[in-house]
Each structure stands twice: as C-alpha cells, then as structure tokens.
Design a protein around this ligand. Structure first.
Ligand SMILES: [Zn+2]
Length: 247
C-alpha cells in the first residue's frame, strides 16, 4: 500500500489514466470511493458496466430481473453462451469479477419499483439508466429528481442512440423534456449492437466525469448518434420551470 491509499497493483493497473494530470492518484481514489447503480444489464448496461469496472469505480450495483437469452448476444457483451438461462445480474457479476476482482459488486434480480427504488438509489452516488422501456425510465427519472441523484439516460434503437444527463446541478429531468412516456415500448425493437456499445460507453464516460468533477457534463444537452452516417447531433435542453417533478 502506498501513502495514496492505492495498492501498488492498482497504481499499475490504472497507471495509464493516473498519468493524466486531470486524474492523478487523487482522481483514482475518487473513483475507488464512488458507487454507481446500473439499472438494466442489456446492451447499454454491458458496455457501461465494463468501462466503469475498467476505470476502477469501487462499487457497482447491477440490477436486472431478466435471464440471458440467445437474442441478447448480438450486443450484450457481458454474457457468453455458457450463461444462457442464468439471471443477468448474477452472470454480469461473474463476468465483471473475472475482469476486475477489486470491484465490490451488488446484485439485484428484481425489477426497479417505487417501493424498492428509494432505498436502493440512496446507496449510490449516481444512476445509469440502461433500461429499454419508457415506464422504467420515468420511474428512474422521478426518483432521481426527488433524491437529487444524477440520472445518466441512454437509449438505443435501430441505428440511432441518445444520451443525456438528467437531474444534475441546474439541469432538467426527463419530464421537463417529455412530460409523459411515449406509448410505444422500445423493448424487443431491432437494434445494431454497436449503437448500444457507443451509447453505453458514453454513459460510463459521463459517470467518470461527474465522479472526477472534470469536463462539461451533458446536463444541458441531449446528444444523438446516427450509426449509418456516423454523426453526433447536439440539442440544447433546459429545465421546465413548471415541471411537476423537478421545479
Ligand atoms: Zn423536470
């Protein structure tokens, strides 16, 4: 153990990012102390979870009530054919543990709800919304707005993905942008795996920036990614002063 509180193994493992002046050993300690809840362990959650574990975020909450199915494997890189039929949260834990054994992993195999959400969210610094349906997204939004926890929102459908950061500093919540959930569910929509990879990685990127207190967080912008044209488009977003959830 060095005086920085980081083991020599950690200093080596994370050296390529510790050597960034914006991070250093202080930043690595901030990452180690941080706790992130990932709701939804599909395509978005897979890449977000791997990159947060790779960065050395000390504690990850892994939440999903589904089992691993063959149709998941075009994008959900946490899983292999050996874990088909297993609960995703448990299979994800095994996969991340093999990749980085120094991370504390907590699993939740039940759906996120208004009953269990407050207690679970309270244990984490921020939430990554990697769910694939609007009901869950509004549930996570309303809770994060009430608890004042950053909600890193992502979607992926077809060849397009979206990302923004909600309920962070003076930024809006989801209901400021879209007061009610869209009628159609995204669940089972066709999607290109790389789109979930790009958006999930960007969600992890926003989490790392918030933990480290660096860069410009996406709390006043919504960014879309078009995989066909490889273009990112940015939209300015703002709080609705009459929003019933976050005003
Ligand atoms: Zn709002």
């Amino acid at each position: 153990m060095k005086s920085s509180g980081l083991h020599s193994e950690a200093l080596e493992r994370y050296s390529r990012q510790i050597n960034l002046p914006e991070i250093g050993e202080h930043g690595q300690r901030l990452l180690k102390k941080a706790a992130v809840l990932i709701v939804g362990l599909g395509g978005l959650g897979s890449s977000a979870a791997f990159y947060l574990a790779a960065a050395g975020v000390g504690r990850l909450g892994l939440m999903d009530h589904d089992m691993v199915q063959p149709t998941n494997l075009n994008r959900q890189i946490l899983y292999s054919v050996e874990v088909l039929g297993q609960p995703k949260a448990i299979a994800a834990k095994d996969s991340i543990k093999a990749f980085n054994p120094h991370i504390v992993l907590e699993t939740y195999t039940h759906p996120f709800s208004t009953e269990n959400g407050p207690e679970i969210c309270d244990n984490y610094d921020l939430v990554i919304d990697a769910t694939d349906n609007f009901n869950s997204k509004y549930l996570i939004n309303d809770l994060c707005a009430a608890l004042k926890k950053p909600d890193i929102y992502g979607t992926a459908s077809g060849f397009e993905g979206r990302i923004t950061v909600l309920s962070f500093k003076q930024g809006p919540c989801l209901r400021c942008l879209f007061p009610e959930p869209a009628k159609s569910s995204q669940e089972s929509n066709p999607v290109l795996g790389t789109v979930t990879g790009v958006i999930g990685s960007l969600q992890a990127n926003e989490a790392v920036k918030i933990i480290l207190g660096i860069g410009d967080v996406l709390n006043d912008r919504l960014v879309t990614f078009n995989a066909k044209t490889t273009t990112f488009t940015e939209y300015t977003i703002a709080k609705n002063q009459n929003c019933p959830i976050c005003k």
